[in-house]
Write a protein that binds this ligand. Structure first.
Ligand code: FRU
Length: 326
């Protein structure tokens, strides 16, 4: 018979529809298959903070053994995370942070550092002079705030570079694409678009392309996702001048959850590394990630085969039991 899961993990995910979070979920599912005692439930709040708050309340009521939260917005989700902890449920925060340090552990990259890397890169790319338009992720989410802060701080080292306007893209390609034209009309010429993620940069690029002006701009994004609709592909095609790797961390999250549940030692802060990806290294990065993607597919196929074999074995056992007269 199938082994009973002895720990239930609830994941209150801020949004689940985009490729970056799909990649995170795929990694988590692949990794969790090595831990038959763990069961994962993902609830997708679809960018809605009050729905995410409700999901956390449901998980608390259900009495999950561990909670994973990627807070859509930092402030409103903070008290709920604290409530879970007070009820004795350990909480892993992933990617987006809450507004306090009251949590069990964190997994994600350093978004302030990414903003700084991006600012310094832009400073060099523009030769120390130019106008920048910044496309923001959701204002209440910590990666948007941190990427902005790091970016602006790095640009202070380049006195002739100015951020002349911003667009609230809310992390979504279509929102960035639809809000950009008004702002563009008001500010006129700019040299570079810095978007807090790659898909928003792509949205703006697509709009500018539709009016034949995409060549006038340089584009910088964040995420550097592999696969056909990821940032690595956009850099390869010359849509983005550069992106900054923002690892999804799915495997690390599950490994950490297992350590916490099994009362093994773990680190509270698990900071994933970032790096710049541009025309100089995109080829090698793509080769490596394509290879990993192929290996992951093969692991998934093997796992399916094993599951099939287990099923055959179990039905044969039942048959034998019946034949032997139970
Ligand atoms: C995906 C995403 C990424 C971004 C991250 C920030 O949902 O928008 O593109 O890097 O969330 O939390």
């Amino acid at each position: 018979m199938e082994q009973e899961a002895s720990y239930t993990i609830g994941f209150a995910q801020c949004t689940g529809g985009d490729a970056w979070r799909q990649a995170m979920h795929d990694e988590m599912r692949r990794e969790i298959s090595f831990y038959p005692e763990l069961d994962l439930i993902i609830k997708d709040a679809n960018n809605n903070t009050s729905l995410q708050a409700e999901h956390i309340r449901q998980f608390i009521r259900q009495g999950v053994d561990l909670l994973i939260v990627s807070p859509n917005e930092a402030e409103p989700i903070t008290p709920l995370v604290e409530e879970a902890l007070e009820k004795g449920i350990p909480v892993i925060i992933v990617d987006r942070r809450t507004a306090s340090s009251f949590y069990t552990a964190y997994v994600g990259a350093d978004n302030y550092e990414i903003g700084k890397l991006a600012g310094n890169y832009v400073g060099e790319l523009l030769g120390g002079q130019g106008k920048v338009l910044e496309i923001w992720g959701l204002k209440g989410s910590s990666p948007a705030q941190d990427r902005h802060r790091g970016f602006v701080e790095a640009l202070q080292g380049f006195k002739d570079i100015r951020v002349v306007a911003e667009v609230r893209g809310e992390w979504e390609k279509e929102i960035a694409k639809s809000r950009f034209p008004d702002v563009y009309q008001q500010v006129g010429e700019v040299d570079l678009v810095f978007a807090h993620n790659d898909v928003m940069a792509l949205g703006v690029y697509e709009y500018l392309k539709s009016i034949g002006q995409e060549k006038k701009f340089k584009f910088i994004g964040v995420d550097g996702l592999s696969g056909p609709s990821g940032g690595l592909q956009f850099v390869t095609e010359g849509i983005l001048d550069a992106t900054f790797l923002y690892p999804t961390g799915g495997e690390e999250i599950i490994r950490l959850a297992s350590k916490i549940l099994h009362k093994e030692p773990y680190d509270k802060e698990n900071i994933l590394n970032s790096t710049v990806i541009d025309s100089r290294n995109v080829h090698i990065m793509k080769q490596q990630t394509d290879k990993i993607l192929t290996q992951q597919k093969s692991i998934e196929r093997q796992q399916e085969k094993i599951a099939e074999q287990i099923e055959i074995y179990q039905s044969q056992r039942v048959l034998l039991y019946i034949l032997l007269g139970g």
